[in-house]
Ligand binder design. Sequence first.
Ligand code: TRP
Length: 368
Amino acid sequence: MSGSDSAEYARTLLRVLGPVAERPLAMPPPYDSFLSDDHTPVEFSLTFTAGSGPTLRVLLEPGCEAADLAENGRVGLRAVRAMGRRWGFDTARLDELEDLFFPPDPEGPLALWCALELLPGGVPKVKVYLNPAASGQERSAETVREALRRLGHDQAFPALPPSDRHLFLALDLGDWNEPRAKVYLVHDDLSAREAAGLTRMTGGPGPGAISRFFRTAAGLDTVVGPDAGSDADGLAALDGPGALDALDVPLDRRPGLTCHSFTETGADRPSGFTLHIPVRDYARHDGEALDRAVTLLRRQGMDPAPLLRALSAVTGRRPEDGVGLIAYLALAHQRGKPTRVTAYISSEAYRVRPPVDAPLPRAVEAVH
Ligand code: TRP
Protein backbone atom coordinates (compact mmCIF):
# COMPACT_ATOMS: atom_id res chain seq x y z
CA MET A 1 0.00 0.00 0.00
CA SER A 2 1.35 3.43 -0.85
CA GLY A 3 2.01 6.05 1.82
CA SER A 4 -0.88 8.14 0.54
CA ASP A 5 -3.26 5.15 0.64
CA SER A 6 -2.37 4.38 4.21
CA ALA A 7 -2.74 8.04 5.24
CA GLU A 8 -6.14 8.11 3.53
CA TYR A 9 -7.22 4.91 5.30
CA ALA A 10 -6.13 6.30 8.65
CA ARG A 11 -8.46 9.27 8.03
CA THR A 12 -11.21 6.89 6.91
CA LEU A 13 -10.98 4.85 10.12
CA LEU A 14 -11.20 7.99 12.25
CA ARG A 15 -14.23 9.18 10.28
CA VAL A 16 -16.07 5.86 10.51
CA LEU A 17 -15.39 5.55 14.23
CA GLY A 18 -16.56 9.11 14.83
CA PRO A 19 -16.14 10.80 18.23
CA VAL A 20 -15.01 7.61 19.98
CA ALA A 21 -11.74 7.82 18.05
CA GLU A 22 -10.92 10.86 20.22
CA ARG A 23 -11.79 9.12 23.47
CA PRO A 24 -8.76 8.95 25.79
CA LEU A 25 -7.68 5.36 26.40
CA ALA A 26 -7.35 6.19 30.09
CA MET A 27 -11.14 6.16 30.18
CA PRO A 28 -12.88 2.77 30.23
CA PRO A 29 -14.29 1.39 26.96
CA PRO A 30 -17.61 3.08 26.08
CA TYR A 31 -19.48 -0.19 26.65
CA ASP A 32 -18.85 -3.94 26.78
CA SER A 33 -18.60 -4.31 23.04
CA PHE A 34 -18.71 -7.92 21.84
CA LEU A 35 -16.36 -7.02 19.03
CA SER A 36 -13.23 -7.87 21.02
CA ASP A 37 -12.39 -9.38 24.40
CA ASP A 38 -11.18 -6.09 25.90
CA HIS A 39 -14.06 -4.20 24.21
CA THR A 40 -11.92 -2.17 21.84
CA PRO A 41 -14.30 -1.45 18.93
CA VAL A 42 -11.58 -2.21 16.36
CA GLU A 43 -10.12 -5.55 15.22
CA PHE A 44 -7.70 -6.14 12.36
CA SER A 45 -7.35 -9.17 10.15
CA LEU A 46 -4.86 -10.32 7.58
CA THR A 47 -6.03 -12.65 4.84
CA PHE A 48 -3.38 -14.71 3.09
CA THR A 49 -3.46 -16.44 -0.29
CA ALA A 50 -0.55 -18.39 -1.78
CA GLY A 51 1.48 -16.41 -4.28
CA SER A 52 0.35 -12.87 -3.43
CA GLY A 53 0.60 -10.44 -0.54
CA PRO A 54 -2.00 -10.50 2.23
CA THR A 55 -5.04 -8.23 2.41
CA LEU A 56 -5.54 -6.06 5.47
CA ARG A 57 -9.03 -5.61 6.84
CA VAL A 58 -10.42 -3.81 9.82
CA LEU A 59 -13.63 -4.54 11.70
CA LEU A 60 -15.30 -1.55 13.38
CA GLU A 61 -18.31 -0.75 15.52
CA PRO A 62 -19.40 2.75 14.47
CA GLY A 63 -22.15 2.93 17.12
CA CYS A 64 -20.05 1.84 20.08
CA GLU A 65 -20.51 5.12 21.94
CA ALA A 66 -24.29 5.12 21.68
CA ALA A 67 -26.45 5.09 24.81
CA ASP A 68 -28.19 1.82 23.87
CA LEU A 69 -28.28 -0.87 21.22
CA ALA A 70 -31.09 0.78 19.21
CA GLU A 71 -29.07 3.97 18.93
CA ASN A 72 -25.91 1.92 18.22
CA GLY A 73 -27.71 0.45 15.22
CA ARG A 74 -28.94 3.82 13.97
CA VAL A 75 -25.43 5.29 14.19
CA GLY A 76 -24.11 2.21 12.35
CA LEU A 77 -26.67 2.52 9.57
CA ARG A 78 -25.88 6.21 9.14
CA ALA A 79 -22.17 5.42 8.94
CA VAL A 80 -22.70 2.75 6.26
CA ARG A 81 -24.96 5.04 4.21
CA ALA A 82 -22.40 7.83 4.43
CA MET A 83 -19.77 5.40 3.10
CA GLY A 84 -22.12 4.51 0.25
CA ARG A 85 -22.45 8.18 -0.71
CA ARG A 86 -18.74 8.77 -0.43
CA TRP A 87 -17.62 5.73 -2.42
CA GLY A 88 -20.60 5.55 -4.74
CA PHE A 89 -22.31 2.29 -3.78
CA ASP A 90 -25.93 1.71 -2.99
CA THR A 91 -27.13 0.20 0.27
CA ALA A 92 -30.33 -1.30 -1.17
CA ARG A 93 -29.49 -4.81 0.07
CA LEU A 94 -29.12 -3.50 3.59
CA ASP A 95 -32.14 -1.17 3.40
CA GLU A 96 -34.38 -4.11 2.52
CA LEU A 97 -33.48 -5.80 5.82
CA GLU A 98 -33.80 -2.83 8.13
CA ASP A 99 -37.02 -3.90 9.89
CA LEU A 100 -35.58 -7.38 10.58
CA PHE A 101 -32.31 -6.30 12.17
CA PHE A 102 -33.19 -2.90 13.65
CA PRO A 103 -36.38 -3.36 15.68
CA PRO A 104 -37.29 -0.59 18.16
CA ASP A 105 -36.09 -2.64 21.13
CA PRO A 106 -33.20 -4.81 19.90
CA GLU A 107 -31.45 -7.52 21.91
CA GLY A 108 -27.67 -8.19 22.00
CA PRO A 109 -24.82 -9.03 21.35
CA LEU A 110 -24.38 -6.34 18.65
CA ALA A 111 -26.35 -4.02 16.40
CA LEU A 112 -24.10 -3.36 13.41
CA TRP A 113 -20.44 -3.81 12.65
CA CYS A 114 -18.70 -3.05 9.42
CA ALA A 115 -15.47 -4.32 7.95
CA LEU A 116 -13.33 -2.46 5.46
CA GLU A 117 -10.97 -4.29 3.14
CA LEU A 118 -8.13 -1.85 2.72
CA LEU A 119 -7.15 -2.34 -0.90
CA PRO A 120 -4.58 -0.22 -2.72
CA GLY A 121 -6.23 2.89 -4.18
CA GLY A 122 -7.85 4.35 -1.08
CA VAL A 123 -11.36 2.97 -1.65
CA PRO A 124 -12.11 0.01 0.62
CA LYS A 125 -14.53 -2.83 0.03
CA VAL A 126 -17.27 -2.75 2.65
CA LYS A 127 -18.96 -5.56 4.57
CA VAL A 128 -21.75 -5.20 7.11
CA TYR A 129 -22.42 -7.59 10.03
CA LEU A 130 -25.94 -7.82 11.41
CA ASN A 131 -27.38 -9.54 14.46
CA PRO A 132 -29.90 -12.34 13.81
CA ALA A 133 -30.95 -12.21 17.49
CA ALA A 134 -32.01 -8.55 17.24
CA SER A 135 -35.67 -9.54 17.61
CA GLY A 136 -34.87 -12.26 20.17
CA GLN A 137 -32.62 -15.30 20.13
CA GLU A 138 -35.65 -17.54 19.64
CA ARG A 139 -36.51 -15.69 16.43
CA SER A 140 -32.99 -15.70 15.00
CA ALA A 141 -33.40 -18.68 12.65
CA GLU A 142 -36.57 -17.14 11.20
CA THR A 143 -34.84 -13.77 10.87
CA VAL A 144 -31.98 -15.35 8.89
CA ARG A 145 -34.38 -17.32 6.70
CA GLU A 146 -36.43 -14.20 5.88
CA ALA A 147 -33.33 -12.07 5.24
CA LEU A 148 -31.93 -14.65 2.82
CA ARG A 149 -35.29 -14.88 1.08
CA ARG A 150 -35.48 -11.11 0.61
CA LEU A 151 -31.99 -11.14 -0.85
CA GLY A 152 -33.14 -13.68 -3.45
CA HIS A 153 -31.52 -16.66 -1.71
CA ASP A 154 -34.78 -18.49 -1.14
CA GLN A 155 -33.14 -21.91 -1.22
CA ALA A 156 -30.27 -20.98 1.04
CA PHE A 157 -31.63 -21.49 4.52
CA PRO A 158 -32.29 -25.26 4.24
CA ALA A 159 -28.78 -25.65 2.82
CA LEU A 160 -27.17 -24.60 6.11
CA PRO A 161 -25.70 -27.34 8.33
CA PRO A 162 -27.00 -27.93 11.87
CA SER A 163 -25.72 -25.47 14.49
CA ASP A 164 -26.44 -24.13 17.97
CA ARG A 165 -26.96 -20.44 17.07
CA HIS A 166 -26.94 -17.99 14.21
CA LEU A 167 -24.29 -15.40 15.08
CA PHE A 168 -24.14 -12.92 12.19
CA LEU A 169 -25.66 -12.29 8.82
CA ALA A 170 -23.06 -10.43 6.76
CA LEU A 171 -23.46 -8.61 3.47
CA ASP A 172 -20.92 -7.38 0.95
CA LEU A 173 -21.80 -3.85 -0.15
CA GLY A 174 -20.21 -1.85 -2.93
CA ASP A 175 -17.92 -2.83 -5.72
CA TRP A 176 -17.63 -6.63 -5.45
CA ASN A 177 -17.60 -8.93 -8.48
CA GLU A 178 -19.83 -11.37 -6.68
CA PRO A 179 -21.38 -9.81 -3.56
CA ARG A 180 -22.00 -12.43 -0.91
CA ALA A 181 -24.56 -12.93 1.81
CA LYS A 182 -22.87 -14.86 4.60
CA VAL A 183 -24.32 -16.74 7.54
CA TYR A 184 -22.10 -17.30 10.60
CA LEU A 185 -23.03 -20.28 12.76
CA VAL A 186 -21.96 -21.19 16.30
CA HIS A 187 -21.15 -24.83 17.06
CA ASP A 188 -20.86 -25.63 20.77
CA ASP A 189 -18.37 -28.40 21.61
CA LEU A 190 -17.26 -28.67 18.00
CA SER A 191 -14.71 -31.38 17.23
CA ALA A 192 -12.41 -31.70 14.22
CA ARG A 193 -14.42 -34.68 13.01
CA GLU A 194 -17.71 -32.77 13.16
CA ALA A 195 -16.19 -29.65 11.61
CA ALA A 196 -15.08 -31.71 8.62
CA GLY A 197 -18.73 -32.53 7.92
CA LEU A 198 -20.10 -28.98 8.06
CA THR A 199 -19.22 -27.67 4.62
CA ARG A 200 -22.16 -27.60 2.22
CA MET A 201 -20.43 -26.11 -0.83
CA THR A 202 -19.68 -28.23 -3.88
CA GLY A 203 -15.96 -28.64 -4.28
CA GLY A 204 -13.92 -26.79 -1.71
CA PRO A 205 -11.92 -28.36 1.05
CA GLY A 206 -12.05 -32.06 1.72
CA PRO A 207 -12.72 -33.37 5.24
CA GLY A 208 -9.02 -34.07 5.74
CA ALA A 209 -8.01 -30.47 5.05
CA ILE A 210 -10.65 -29.10 7.42
CA SER A 211 -9.89 -31.44 10.30
CA ARG A 212 -6.15 -30.92 9.90
CA PHE A 213 -6.55 -27.14 10.04
CA PHE A 214 -8.80 -27.53 13.08
CA ARG A 215 -6.34 -29.68 15.00
CA THR A 216 -3.34 -27.50 14.31
CA ALA A 217 -5.18 -24.25 15.13
CA ALA A 218 -6.68 -25.68 18.33
CA GLY A 219 -3.35 -27.12 19.50
CA LEU A 220 -4.45 -30.74 19.29
CA ASP A 221 -1.67 -31.94 17.00
CA THR A 222 0.61 -32.74 19.89
CA VAL A 223 -2.04 -33.87 22.29
CA VAL A 224 -3.69 -37.17 21.73
CA GLY A 225 -5.13 -39.82 19.59
CA PRO A 226 -4.58 -43.18 17.99
CA ASP A 227 -3.56 -41.33 14.83
CA ALA A 228 -1.11 -39.01 16.56
CA GLY A 229 1.74 -40.99 15.04
CA SER A 230 5.12 -40.34 16.59
CA ASP A 231 3.78 -38.17 19.37
CA ALA A 232 4.58 -40.55 22.18
CA ASP A 233 3.95 -38.03 24.96
CA GLY A 234 0.46 -37.28 23.85
CA LEU A 235 -0.36 -40.92 23.34
CA ALA A 236 0.80 -41.88 26.77
CA ALA A 237 -1.17 -39.09 28.37
CA LEU A 238 -4.44 -40.28 26.95
CA ASP A 239 -4.03 -43.97 26.46
CA GLY A 240 -6.36 -46.39 28.12
CA PRO A 241 -9.98 -46.12 29.20
CA GLY A 242 -11.49 -42.69 28.63
CA ALA A 243 -8.90 -41.84 26.00
CA LEU A 244 -10.06 -39.31 23.47
CA ASP A 245 -9.23 -39.39 19.82
CA ALA A 246 -7.85 -35.98 18.80
CA LEU A 247 -10.50 -35.84 16.12
CA ASP A 248 -13.21 -35.98 18.79
CA VAL A 249 -11.90 -33.45 21.30
CA PRO A 250 -14.60 -30.76 21.65
CA LEU A 251 -13.83 -27.04 21.75
CA ASP A 252 -15.50 -26.51 25.11
CA ARG A 253 -13.99 -23.20 26.23
CA ARG A 254 -15.16 -21.01 23.35
CA PRO A 255 -17.09 -22.37 20.39
CA GLY A 256 -15.86 -22.85 16.86
CA LEU A 257 -17.73 -21.05 14.10
CA THR A 258 -18.50 -21.77 10.48
CA CYS A 259 -19.51 -19.31 7.79
CA HIS A 260 -21.48 -20.18 4.67
CA SER A 261 -21.59 -17.73 1.80
CA PHE A 262 -24.16 -17.41 -0.96
CA THR A 263 -23.50 -15.57 -4.21
CA GLU A 264 -25.87 -16.36 -7.10
CA THR A 265 -29.52 -16.03 -6.14
CA GLY A 266 -31.67 -19.12 -6.18
CA ALA A 267 -28.75 -21.48 -5.57
CA ASP A 268 -29.48 -24.39 -3.26
CA ARG A 269 -25.92 -24.61 -2.02
CA PRO A 270 -23.45 -22.13 -0.61
CA SER A 271 -20.49 -21.12 -2.77
CA GLY A 272 -18.15 -20.70 0.15
CA PHE A 273 -17.18 -22.22 3.50
CA THR A 274 -15.05 -20.89 6.34
CA LEU A 275 -13.99 -22.51 9.61
CA HIS A 276 -13.06 -20.15 12.48
CA ILE A 277 -11.05 -21.49 15.42
CA PRO A 278 -10.86 -19.21 18.50
CA VAL A 279 -7.18 -19.98 19.03
CA ARG A 280 -6.95 -17.54 21.96
CA ASP A 281 -8.87 -19.86 24.26
CA TYR A 282 -6.72 -22.89 23.44
CA ALA A 283 -3.21 -21.45 23.74
CA ARG A 284 -1.07 -20.59 26.74
CA HIS A 285 0.12 -17.35 25.16
CA ASP A 286 0.37 -15.69 21.78
CA GLY A 287 3.78 -17.23 21.11
CA GLU A 288 1.93 -20.53 20.84
CA ALA A 289 -0.90 -19.06 18.78
CA LEU A 290 1.64 -17.48 16.46
CA ASP A 291 3.53 -20.76 15.99
CA ARG A 292 0.31 -22.41 14.92
CA ALA A 293 -0.49 -19.57 12.52
CA VAL A 294 2.97 -19.89 10.98
CA THR A 295 2.58 -23.66 10.60
CA LEU A 296 -0.80 -23.28 8.93
CA LEU A 297 0.40 -20.55 6.58
CA ARG A 298 3.54 -22.46 5.54
CA ARG A 299 1.50 -25.59 4.94
CA GLN A 300 -0.55 -23.63 2.38
CA GLY A 301 2.57 -22.16 0.76
CA MET A 302 1.95 -18.70 2.26
CA ASP A 303 4.63 -16.38 3.64
CA PRO A 304 4.07 -15.69 7.36
CA ALA A 305 6.40 -12.65 7.49
CA PRO A 306 3.60 -10.05 7.14
CA LEU A 307 1.83 -11.54 10.17
CA LEU A 308 4.91 -11.02 12.34
CA ARG A 309 5.19 -7.43 11.12
CA ALA A 310 1.48 -6.85 11.76
CA LEU A 311 1.73 -8.02 15.37
CA SER A 312 4.60 -5.70 16.11
CA ALA A 313 2.63 -2.86 14.49
CA VAL A 314 -0.28 -3.25 16.92
CA THR A 315 1.65 -3.94 20.12
CA GLY A 316 5.06 -3.53 21.69
CA ARG A 317 4.63 -6.53 23.99
CA ARG A 318 6.20 -9.92 23.36
CA PRO A 319 3.76 -12.60 22.14
CA GLU A 320 4.65 -14.74 25.21
CA ASP A 321 3.47 -12.00 27.58
CA GLY A 322 -0.23 -12.33 26.93
CA VAL A 323 -2.89 -14.26 25.09
CA GLY A 324 -5.60 -12.98 22.74
CA LEU A 325 -3.61 -10.89 20.31
CA ILE A 326 -4.49 -13.53 17.70
CA ALA A 327 -8.22 -13.98 18.30
CA TYR A 328 -9.14 -16.47 15.57
CA LEU A 329 -7.48 -18.45 12.82
CA ALA A 330 -9.70 -19.21 9.86
CA LEU A 331 -9.57 -21.40 6.76
CA ALA A 332 -11.71 -20.08 3.90
CA HIS A 333 -12.76 -21.49 0.57
CA GLN A 334 -14.76 -19.59 -2.03
CA ARG A 335 -15.66 -21.24 -5.31
CA GLY A 336 -13.34 -20.17 -8.11
CA LYS A 337 -10.82 -18.59 -5.74
CA PRO A 338 -7.66 -19.83 -4.07
CA THR A 339 -7.72 -21.05 -0.46
CA ARG A 340 -7.34 -18.30 2.13
CA VAL A 341 -6.05 -18.32 5.70
CA THR A 342 -7.03 -15.41 7.94
CA ALA A 343 -5.53 -14.30 11.25
CA TYR A 344 -7.70 -11.94 13.35
CA ILE A 345 -5.58 -9.49 15.30
CA SER A 346 -6.86 -7.73 18.42
CA SER A 347 -6.12 -4.09 19.14
CA GLU A 348 -5.62 -4.62 22.90
CA ALA A 349 -6.20 -0.89 23.34
CA TYR A 350 -7.60 -1.44 26.84
CA ARG A 351 -6.25 -4.68 28.21
CA VAL A 352 -3.90 -7.59 27.62
CA ARG A 353 -5.12 -10.97 28.85
CA PRO A 354 -2.36 -12.63 30.89
CA PRO A 355 -0.95 -15.99 29.75
CA VAL A 356 -2.68 -19.09 31.17
CA ASP A 357 -1.39 -22.58 32.10
CA ALA A 358 -4.34 -24.73 31.13
CA PRO A 359 -5.36 -23.93 27.60
CA LEU A 360 -6.48 -27.37 26.49
CA PRO A 361 -10.14 -28.17 26.01
CA ARG A 362 -11.60 -29.11 29.41
CA ALA A 363 -12.42 -32.56 28.09
CA VAL A 364 -8.68 -33.17 27.59
CA GLU A 365 -7.70 -31.66 30.94
CA ALA A 366 -10.16 -34.00 32.61
CA VAL A 367 -8.48 -37.09 31.16
CA HIS A 368 -4.97 -35.90 32.06
N1 TRP B 1 -15.48 -11.04 19.55
C1 TRP B 1 -16.47 -11.95 19.03
C2 TRP B 1 -15.96 -13.39 19.09
O1 TRP B 1 -14.87 -13.60 19.46
C3 TRP B 1 -16.92 -11.61 17.62
C4 TRP B 1 -15.83 -11.59 16.59
C5 TRP B 1 -14.94 -10.59 16.39
C6 TRP B 1 -15.55 -12.59 15.62
N2 TRP B 1 -14.12 -10.89 15.35
C7 TRP B 1 -14.45 -12.10 14.86
C8 TRP B 1 -16.07 -13.84 15.29
C9 TRP B 1 -13.90 -12.84 13.83
C10 TRP B 1 -15.51 -14.57 14.26
C11 TRP B 1 -14.43 -14.08 13.52
O2 TRP B 1 -16.67 -14.31 18.77
